[in-house]
Design a protein around this ligand. Structure first.
Ligand code: GAP
Length: 454
């Protein structure tokens, strides 16, 4: 994990929040490369789970909600962790995570466990009293449940259908940590998929398979993923069954996403508390029914961490260490780096800048001339850039000697380090095939002559 956190800071993926003031515990800021990576992950999730499916629609509900929402959902009463303090060193722990009766840090005596509510509280308006207390949402899901009828009435969707949203959630975790894994402010990618009661078990299985496959589609190794069913005692108050997609993080197997069968619990609770019907009309049975909800709930920040950890590799190339992120091209923060072989030659620099400017209209790309070509390649490998384009003397020719260039550049692929020579005029077609159409490098590269690796 230390290698990942160092790389994240050094290359501008993730910084400690408020670092110049000593940092704020368990809060992180995404830097220039991190913000691209996270956006690519949330966009891939949105595209695959909302845009590409006829049975899904999207939503973006407010973080602040009516306080009754959290009474109805059971969060005011039950969204708690058992907290104990060490009487000697004053450290705090979650009682359910301790293996013995003593403090794991100093062996001191612990206080009795008391229930600690994880919701952040604040006040709406100028008066700070009980009547104006509201909460920062601890899950995005409730925004979906309270809008169920609005979406049903306005979108003409029919059961089975789902509503997805991506947004921030907040939990005053007792034991945050492990970098992006457990934080107090985080982003969720959640779906509530509404089905007929009785069809819920089948849809739960479908979503488990769908979500398990999704992480592999974007490159996570199968061997580092598993599905784990919750025991009865572990189930949340709303769930009939839950399975977690777990990833083998550096600290061990841990939850990446939870896929729960929430039954009709939430819609019934909100109907009871608000007095509004939250049902659909079952044409076959000619009656109003409360649907069941299957909930695949993923963390965007946890996904960033899993994709980074999984992509991180160290290799030896011609006696030298090469660090690379084997990120899926859809997720890579930078898609193309354009590099001049010689920065002293004005024509080479001008051509490289012109090519980069053109590519930047369609793909996130950078120009870099601040080191020798070998160093430049390693720098891009380390942040997961799948393709580098190099402009050299052959590309531009030599005006003084009356030599015209061949108007071709070298494209280098990150993982294989293979290089091919491609006409500048065909660059956009090649990158459209590789980056937009997802045609493999082996197919596209085979059309062009190969040059030596570096
Ligand atoms: N609506 C259901 C729900 O919120 P959860 O298992 O508590 O279920 C779902 O959270 C996902 O949200 C987790 O699998 C994880 O990816 C992410 N998540 C939850 N708490 C988190 C935290 N403190 N820091 C980062 N991610 C978190």
């Amino acid at each position: 994990m230390e290698k990942i956190t160092n790389l994240c800071k050094r290359r501008g993926f993730v910084f400690q929040s408020s670092e110049i003031y000593g940092g704020l515990a368990s809060c992180w800021d995404y830097g220039p490369l991190g913000v691209e990576l996270k956006r690519n992950i949330t966009e891939a999730w949105w595209r695959d789970n909302i845009v590409a499916r006829e049975d899904m629609v999207g939503l973006d509900s407010a973080i602040l909600m009516h306080p009754k929402v959290w009474e109805a959902s059971g969060h005011v009463e039950g969204f708690t962790d058992p907290l104990v303090d060490c009487k000697s060193c004053k450290q705090r722990f979650r009682a359910d995570q301790l293996s013995g009766p003593k403090c794991p840090e100093c062996g001191g005596e612990l206080t009795e466990a008391r229930q600690f509510n994880l919701m952040f509280r604040t006040f709406m308006g100028p008066v700070e009293d009980t009547a104006s207390t509201i909460y920062l949402r601890p899950e995005t899901a409730q925004g979906i449940f309270v809008n169920f009828q609005n979406v049903l009435n306005s979108s003409r969707m029919k059961i089975p259908f789902g509503i997805g949203q991506i947004g921030k959630s907040f939990r005053n975790e007792i034991t945050p940590g492990n970098f992006l894994f457990r934080t107090r402010e985080f982003e969720q990618m959640e779906i509530e998929f509404f089905v007929k009661p009785g069809d819920d078990a089948e849809w739960h299985e479908r979503w488990k398979a769908e979500r398990f496959a999704w992480y592999q589609r974007y490159g996570i190794r199968r061997a580092r993923l598993r599905l784990r069913e919750h025991d009865k005692e572990e189930l949340a108050h709303y769930a009939k069954r839950t399975a977690d997609v777990e990833y083998e993080f550096p600290m061990g197997w841990s939850e990446l996403e939870g896929i729960a069968n929430r039954t009709d619990f939430d819609l019934k609770q909100h109907a009871k508390t608000s007095g509004k019907a939250l049902t659909y009309f079952d044409e076959e049975r000619k009656t109003h029914v409360v649907p069941y909800a299957i909930e695949p709930s993923a963390g965007a920040d946890r996904s960033v961490l899993a994709f980074l950890v999984d992509a991180y590799r160290e290799e030896e190339v011609r006696g030298e260490k090469r660090v690379l992120l084997r990120l899926h091209a859809d997720l890579a923060p930078i898609k193309i780096a354009v590099l001049p072989l010689l920065k002293k030659r004005d024509e080479i620099v001008a051509r490289a800048r012109e090519i980069q400017g053109r590519l930047a209209r369609r793909w996130v790309s950078v120009y870099d001339d601040t080191a020798a070509i070998g160093r430049l390649y390693r720098r891009q490998d380390e942040v997961g850039t799948p393709y580098c384009v190099t402009v050299d003397v052959q590309t531009v020719g030599d005006r003084e000697r009356g030599e015209t260039g061949d108007a071709k550049v070298t494209i280098r692929e990150r993982d294989s380090m293979d290089q091919i020579r491609v006409p500048v005029a065909e660059l956009e077609t090649v990158f459209r095939e590789l980056l937009t159409d997802g045609i493999p490098w082996s197919t596209v590269g085979a059309r062009y002559p190969a040059t030596t690796k570096s």
